[in-house]
Write a protein that binds this ligand. Structure first.
Ligand SMILES: Nc1nc2c(ncn2[C@@H]2O[C@H](COP(=O)(O)OP(=O)(O)OP(=O)(O)O)[C@@H](O)[C@H]2O)c(=O)[nH]1
Length: 247
């Protein structure tokens, strides 16, 4: 089995250091391919880049639910059985969404509790994939807590997220029914995808793409709201001026 080396939690989340790629690529041919794809510009939340990404997405969920596996599946259409846990990395990936080439930056968080809930990561992110494993009831129950934490850092319930139930290939180990996850998605007002990073299928890519769409939609709505409110403010100022002049 191959392991992919990445930066430890607490260090810079960027992985563009070619030595990391070289170290990882020594394991086998596929890992080499993987890094060639994702090494096409890894950037951390605090790093500058030439062209801003079209969306910044963050994967959150308990350890072992398959966050890294989902990213690898999305970026490379492949599955790797084993990853180095408690590491964190940001990937830059360009993909077609609705006939448009878009660039996403994707942050793979790692660790437990406070580690994955770093405010810096949450402030940086525009959209969140809330990932649980269909084989791990605790990871599903923790989703609400993750959502509440994001809301408290963002100071609004109005943020983009999708709920993702991973590992649905492990049918005999299922601990979370699809219906209850659908119910939770209704409560959180978000889309829900059940998928398997191992088996592949469209659902993995769709989860990322739908999150991207939601980020773009909300951005547009918010900027329209801001424009409308500044136009209203201007109207009020002008009204006051005319009232003064007329009196
Ligand atoms: N059967 C199956 N195994 C999976 C699937 N996704 C991930 N795994 C396995 O689950 C384990 C954990 O996957 P990771 O992608 O490292 O999970 P993670 O959420 O990134 O874990 P941390 O880095 O510790 O936060 C690995 O052994 C994967 O091979 C899946 O869809 N099906």
């Amino acid at each position: 089995m191959s392991r992919i080396g990445r930066h430890a939690v607490g260090s810079s989340p960027a992985c563009q250091d070619s030595s990391v790629a070289r170290e990882a690529s020594s394991s086998n041919g596929f890992v080499k391919d993987f890094f060639r794809v994702v090494n096409n510009g890894h950037l951390g939340p605090h790093q500058k880049m030439t062209k801003p990404a079209d969306s910044r997405l963050v994967l959150l969920g308990n350890p072992g639910v398959g966050k890294s596996a989902l990213i690898v599946r999305f970026i490379t259409s492949r599955f790797i059985w084993e990853y180095d846990p408690t590491l964190e990395c940001t990937y830059r990936h360009t993909v077609m969404v609705d006939d448009e080439n878009v660039t996403m930056e994707i942050l793979d968080t790692a660790g437990r509790g406070e580690n994955i809930l770093q405010d810096g990561n949450i402030n940086w992110g525009e959209g969140f994939l809330l990932v649980y494993s269909t084989t791990d009831r605790g990871s599903f129950e923790d989703i609400l807590h993750l959502h509440q934490h994001i809301a408290s850092v963002k100071k609004t319930q109005n943020f983009s997220c999708v709920l993702v139930g991973n590992k649905n290939d492990l049918t005999h180990e299922r601990k979370v029914e699809q219906e209850e996850a659908e119910q939770l998605a209704v409560e959180l007002s978000c889309c829900f995808f059940e998928c398997s990073a191992c088996d592949g299928g469209d659902a993995v890519g769709e989860a990322f793409k739908e999150l991207h769409r939601d980020v773009v939609r909300r951005r547009m709505v918010n900027s329209m709201r801001r424009r409308r409110s500044s136009a209203q403010q201007m109207k009020q100022v002008l009204n006051k001026m005319f009232t003064k002049i007329n009196s």
